[in-house]
Unconditional design. Sequence first.
Length: 134
Amino acid sequence: MAADRSIEFDFDRIDGLIAEEEAALEPKHKASIAYRTIAERYIAGGVASSWQDSRPHAIFIDHGRGNRIYDIDGNVLLRWGGADAAQPGNFVAPHGIWVDNRGDIYMAEVTDTIGVRPGIVPEGTHTFQKFARV
């Protein structure tokens, strides 16, 4: 006879943990929460995709600088890359970021203006990179 391998979940505890995490997250994203109201005037639901409409709330990206991506509240959302901006996976001048429905990240850069012309990186350095979700 096979052993019972069922797992019991304490859903009340899980709901409590989610509420705690959301409560800690919201004060860090006041501008994103407020901006969604403005975005709803122009985009149904205030976000570009239905998956962005899930809890706790959408976070709006503001800009990239070096190897960091910031939201409109000034929080660093992501850091990656290294010192040699010309190498794949590193950045010269991140300018636009997109995420597709598979979770792959696309990064556009203004490499020529910021990096090539002043001689920071060689001609032919990447201007667009894709980072596949694994």
